[in-house]
Design a protein around this ligand. Structure first.
Ligand code: DAH
Length: 339
């Protein structure tokens, strides 16, 4: 039996040596090491051996198998690299052939507006802040002076993850997060997605975008707010844009206002875009409530501030003349290409 094994070893080594491609090599491997291979057959016949011989022959078979396996692997590596080398030598690329045309996308209208708004405020010395979309009720409501029974806390209006974790319903919590970390002067905007439990229609979506603004320093007054918003409106919507304030209520500002801009399509005469009003509602704003400053560790006797927040979709729709909000989320390339 020993001779038989040596014979198998000798023959197979010779064949491996001669093999010229991977397919032949694989066949040789099956012939010797496969389930019905020669070496395997030897193992099968071991039952006939005496108890003394069996371990000796067993050991030998295993040794030979290890050696053969190593030889196969080595040869396989060698053939593979030879094949690669051959391919590299014979293959060539025609660099003069015209390339496949790649379709270039365009920047989404919402992103365009956010970028534009960022540029305008960066130009006025603002920094861009960021905050989590999965937010604590503490920041979204408590720190912003929104009482326990405030309607926006309602399950119907806000997506709750747990009792005290929500998808932020506004970008305003970023105000509190910034004030906690940074002492005045503060001058930030924060663009981002917000979530509300609204059914989808032409003017509502459960996800939309806002830009929050916050300025805190000594002697900040309502005139600073108005001047800032006017500057922003002119830069974003056109030099002739006018702005007006209407009284309003927000828990985190006192006094609070809503700001409208004169219609930049008709200039205030009344048209389809402004629905005949001559004005378009733009944003919410006000002077930061002393409670909010205090909650965030800023002394309201020393500092004051203003804040504002507006919807990005609303501006995109007005500016680009988009009549249905849903178009902004369907991502139909035929629609998006127009901007
Ligand atoms: N967070 C408000 C909303 O979602 C918008 C807003 C109003 C933000 C007044 C402000 C503000 O910063 O001062 O309707």
């Amino acid at each position: 039996m020993k001779e038989q094994i040596e014979e198998i070893k000798k023959n197979s080594m010779k064949e491996i040596e001669k093999a010229e491609d991977l397919k032949v090599l694989q066949e040789i491997k099956v012939k010797y090491l496969g389930k019905k291979g020669e070496l395997t057959q030897v193992l099968r016949g071991m039952g006939k051996l005496s108890n003394d011989e069996r371990p000796i022959i067993g050991k030998l078979v295993n040794e030979v198998r290890d050696i053969l396996e190593e030889e196969f692997n080595k040869k396989e590596e060698k053939l593979k690299s030879e094949e690669l080398q051959k391919r590299l030598e014979t293959e060539n690329i025609d660099v003069t052939e015209p390339s496949k045309k790649t379709e270039l996308g365009s920047i989404h209208p919402i992103t365009q507006i956010i970028k534009e708004v960022e540029e305008i405020f960066l130009g006025m010395g603002y920094q861009i802040a960021d905050g989590p979309e999965v937010e604590k009720t503490f920041y979204n409501f408590d720190q912003l002076n929104a009482p326990e029974d405030h309607p926006s806390r309602d399950l119907q209006d806000t997506f709750y993850i747990t009792d005290d974790i929500i998808l932020r319903s506004q970008t305003s919590p970023v105000q509190a997060r910034v004030m906690e970390k940074q002492k005045p002067p503060i001058k930030i905007i924060c663009p981002g997605a917000v979530y509300r439990s609204d059914a989808v229609d032409a003017t509502h979506s459960p996800v939309f975008h806002q830009v929050e603004g916050l300025v805190v320093d000594k002697n900040i007054s309502m005139t600073d707010l108005k001047g800032t918003l006017e500057m922003f409106a002119k830069k974003c919507l056109g030099e002739n844009t006018k702005i007006r304030f209407r009284p309003h209520h927000f828990p985190f500002t006192e006094p609070s206002a809503e700001a409208d801009v004169s219609c930049f399509v008709c200039g205030g005469k009344g048209c389809k875009v402004c629905k005949g009003e001559g004005w378009i509602e733009l944003l919410g704003c006000g002077m930061v409530h002393p409670n909010v400053l205090r909650n965030c560790g800023i002394d309201p006797n020393e500092y004051s501030g203003f804040a504002f927040g507006f919807g990005v979709e609303r501006i995109a729709m007005a500016k680009f003349g988009i009549e249905d909000l849903r178009l902004l989320y369907e991502n139909d390339v035929r629609f998006l290409k127009q901007f």
